[in-house]
Design a protein around this ligand. Structure first.
Ligand SMILES: NC(=O)c1ccc[n+]([C@@H]2O[C@H](COP(=O)([O-])OP(=O)(O)OC[C@H]3O[C@@H](n4cnc5c(N)ncnc54)[C@H](OP(=O)(O)O)[C@@H]3O)[C@@H](O)[C@H]2O)c1
Length: 441
């Protein structure tokens, strides 16, 4: 049956005129071979009906045999595919390799078109490179035109924050939690200035988040926004799904969101302990567990800890030993912090050796988590080169400190930006001046 569906008969060139387009294509190819053998096709054999049963494999063989030997290998492949497309060949019932090849070519073509379209929207040339001839040229020409790149390759003036799916693999992505104000906001700003990639400002409150975006836009930056409440599993999962679908992965994750009760807070110490641990420790852990599978090779995770997160801030030597065990696991750490919350609720915080600050315990636990996370990446996925570090940003002028900190938010963002963009550090505790410090003492 297959043999009869399409027949090639060596024949005279004149036979071409009465034959199909297929034959013409084969003949064109054949000419480059400069041989006297002319392939011929019997017209009725490729009637519309039979076309459906067209033996693609056979056609391909014939093209190889007669038609495309004068082409280089790439051209040859193209010629084969063009021939099949020109013929409008339909797959035989049992799809064979050639049909797959045909589909792949069509898909590739479509993808290339989409990519070109995206590059055009982003102000790039067909090779995906910026059209800029120089910094000033770039800035001037693109200003106000919408949806373009700035001189660092970041998207500027984008009318909305939707990103074409075909840019998925090409653009780097940075995410900062709790970044509508304070140090997180300054980290987003710093990333917008220095990072060659997309920067996500996230906030639990959409209004506050969008207001922060507007503020940054007025400064000439263009961060993207997504709602993210680190206490809310649905919010975290929705964000994860969005990032996965839109970008496919994450390159920088800054876990900044946190709370701290004022010294004169009215809540009981038990409530304070529960709330603080819930946000600063379990909230951050939730984000990590959800987003870590999206981390790309060489990704950097920065956990914003504090000087309060030093192990020495825990009075009990026994607890310090447990928190700093080299083989400590996340479930064991969870158990320890849950024990702390129970102690706080029972009014036994000090007695049990945790000290008097719920914030301290939350940040010590976060720093301990950082070391476990680095160890897990190193043991389980060493080839991915993911770096996880903790940082004390300094004493900063923010709402959290009732604006008593001497450092500006930009100064407070410095060490986090260093870890996110420059440092070759893994599993370290880094101080505001970007030096590595001893967590234990
Ligand atoms: N300021 C300092 O001197 C200092 C010192 C050492 C460490 N740190 C650490 O630095 C980080 C930033 O502190 P900051 O001083 O900039 O504090 P901040 O001004 O109070 O900002 C905290 C940010 O976290 C957000 N947040 C709180 N709970 C959240 C939740 N459930 N989900 C998502 N976001 C949430 C807040 O959002 P809302 O606006 O909605 O409340 C806010 O955007 C924190 O991790 C803090 O512990 C600060």
């Amino acid at each position: 049956m297959e043999e009869n569906a399409l027949a090639f008969i060596p024949s005279k060139a004149s036979a071409l005129q009465k034959n199909s387009e297929f034959h013409a294509v084969v003949y064109e190819s054949y000419k480059s071979k400069k041989t006297t053998r002319v392939p011929e096709i019997v017209p009725e054999e490729i009637s519309p009906k039979k076309d459906r049963l067209f033996d693609i494999k056979r056609a391909k063989q014939e093209v190889i045999k007669f038609g495309t030997s004068g082409f280089d290998s790439q051209k040859k492949e193209e010629a084969k595919i063009n021939l099949l497309i020109k013929l409008g060949a339909k797959p035989p019932k049992n799809k064979n390799q050639n049909y797959k090849l045909l589909l792949t070519e069509k898909k590739k073509k479509k993808e290339a078109e989409l990519k070109l379209e995206t590059f055009q929207q982003l102000g790039k040339n067909k090779f995906g490179k910026s059209n800029a001839k120089g910094k000033s040229f770039d800035r001037k020409r693109r200003k106000g035109k919408g949806d373009l790149l700035d001189i660092y390759g970041k998207v500027k003036h984008r009318p909305d924050n939707k990103v074409e799916s075909s840019t998925m693999s090409t653009q780097k992505v940075a995410i900062v939690t709790g970044s509508n104000k304070g140090i997180g906001y300054a980290i987003v700003k710093g990333l917008c200035e220095k990072y060659k990639g997309l920067v996500y400002l996230t906030s639990r409150d959409e209004g506050r988040g969008k207001a922060a975006i507007e503020k940054l836009k007025k400064l000439g930056f263009n961060p993207l926004f997504h709602q993210l409440d680190i206490l809310d599993q649905t919010s975290v999962d929705t964000f994860r799904d969005y990032i996965k679908e839109t970008h496919g992965g994450i390159d920088i994750l800054v876990n900044n969101a946190a709370i701290a009760f004022n010294v004169d807070a009215k809540e009981t110490i038990g409530v304070q302990a529960e709330e603080t641990i819930k946000v600063n420790y379990f909230g951050t852990l939730r984000v990590c567990q959800s987003l870590f599978p999206l981390l790309r090779n060489n990704a950097r995770v920065v956990n914003i800890s504090s000087s309060a997160g030093k192990l020495a801030r825990i009075p009990s030597a026994d607890l310090r030993a447990k928190l700093s065990r080299k083989d400590l696991t996340i479930p064991q750490l969870n158990e320890l912090v849950e024990k702390f919350v129970r102690a706080a609720k029972e009014g036994k915080m000090q007695q049990d050796g945790w000290g008097s600050s719920t914030y301290v315990v939350s940040k010590v636990a976060l720093t301990a988590l950082t070391f476990i996370q680095q160890r897990q990446f190193d043991e389980e996925k060493p080839d991915r080169h993911v770096a996880v570090n903790a940082v004390h940003p300094g004493y900063v002028d923010t709402d959290m400190t009732n604006h008593k900190g001497p450092l500006t938010i930009e100064e407070g963002a410095r060490a986090a930006l260093f870890l996110a963009l420059e440092a070759e550090l893994r599993g370290q505790f880094v101080w505001e001046d970007c030096t590595v410090v001893d967590w234990y003492n």
